[in-house]
Design a protein around this ligand. Structure first.
Ligand SMILES: C[S@@+](CC[C@H](N)C(=O)[O-])C[C@H]1O[C@@H](n2cnc3c(N)ncnc32)[C@H](O)[C@@H]1O
Length: 349
């Protein structure tokens, strides 16, 4: 399969969850090859706009070619979504009707020989953006045994993290994916698990190299501030560490008080900023998984921006009222009901 043929995961579910509408303004924080973005742009015409953010210049180039037909409706930025608010401020792109995060890697990275895949021998790099300071090789060749074991345990949830860390230390210096795979295979010989023994260690290193979990937490906070009236936040995650962050974030933002339990009275003053759209996480259909194995681990969560009179976050209610009227007014109760009914058909019961 060519890199440019990355197949967007849960495309219909994503479009429904975002409630994409003509004339709407959307952000795709993980543009990849532009699969989700081009479908979003199609649905937003006439008059819609999309801001696409992508950290990997190689992926951005592919997306740019794919989105050329949309001309000025697509604004593409080579940056990290951790800078989301600044990017939007620079381009005057707020408030928005919907924000998508399709986390993880695209086929473009997996086939890039930049060390993301343990199935191809390549330099042990794993940097999504060339601007990232440390590569995976820098990490495996410089941490102590206990630091490595902790990293592999924390970000890979690898039960054999200690044995793997010990063998990595004994095998240093490690410069390629092949050398790392051989060290892991020596550490856990005769492994009979369902997944390749290098899977979790590779995940851990990739997360560490790209600061993935910190970036998601920060970007979710920023996203809520950019969403306008009934704007939708949709996140597709591919492993439990990501999904836990997204789930806990949405649950917290959907609550009022978030004080630690046991306090006699609320001191946080937190007001809900989101309404959770799908209580049950949405997963890919067996048909999609059969066609696209990457979809197997995907989990989609969606939430809708709400405003309480003195909500601490978000722009002024005046700005959101303006956006409401600019986009043709709020959706009617009938439209909303139709969207919800259509959307609920994706929820697993
Ligand atoms: C799963 S792919 C997205 C695929 C895309 N939805 C499509 O349909 O082609 C995730 C993309 O997010 C990018 N990415 C990962 N972390 C990022 C970050 N912090 N900032 C910007 N882009 C990031 C990756 O480079 C990758 O191209």
């Amino acid at each position: 399969m060519l890199a440019s043929t990355h197949v967007p995961v849960m495309l219909d579910e994503t479009l429904q969850a975002l409630a994409v509408q003509p004339g709407g303004r959307y952000i795709d924080c993980t543009l990849g090859g532009g699969g989700h973005a081009s479908a979003m742009l199609e649905r937003t015409q006439p008059g819609g706009q999309l801001l696409g953010i992508e950290a990997d210049p190689a992926a951005l180039k592919i997306a740019a070619a794919r989105l050329t037909p949309f001309g000025n409706s697509a604004l593409l930025v080579n940056d990290n979504f951790v800078n989301l608010k600044n990017i939007c401020a620079q381009h005057g792109f707020m408030p928005v009707h919907g924000i998508l995060f399709d986390l993880g890697l695209s086929t473009i990275q997996l086939e890039s020989r930049r060390g993301f895949s343990f199935q191809t021998d390549a330099p042990l790099d794993m940097r999504v953006s060339p601007n990232t300071e440390l590569s995976a090789a820098d990490i495996v060749n410089s941490l102590s045994e206990s630091e490595l074991a902790n990293l592999i345990w924390r970000y890979g949830e690898e039960p054999d993290s200690r044995r793997i860390a010990r063998m990595i230390i004994q095998s240093r210096s490690i410069e390629t994916t092949g050398e790392l795979v051989r060290a892991i295979e020596k550490a856990v010989p005769g492994y009979r698990g369902k997944i390749h023994p290098a899977t979790r260690t590779f995940q851990a290193l990739r997360i560490a190299v790209n600061h993935e979990l910190e970036n998601i937490s920060s970007a979710l906070e920023q996203a809520v501030e950019l969403l306008g009236y009934e704007g939708r936040l949709v996140v597709i995650s591919y492993h439990s560490l990501e999904d836990r962050i997204v789930k806990q974030f949405m649950q917290r933002e959907a609550r009022g008080c978030i004080c630690p339990p046991g306090l006699p009275k609320c001191v946080c003053g937190h007001k809900p900023t989101l309404r959770i759209v799908n209580r049950k996480v949405i997963t890919s259909s067996p048909e999609e998984i059969a066609l696209n194995p990457r979809a197997r681990s995907a989990k989609l969560r969606a939430a809708e921006r709400i405003f309480t009179p003195d909500a601490p976050k978000g722009g002024s209610s005046e700005r959101h009222e303006r956006m409401k009227s600019e986009s043709g007014g709020a959706r009617s109760p009938e439209t909303l009901m139709r969207l919800r009914v259509a959307f609920s058909s994706f929820c697993l019961s």
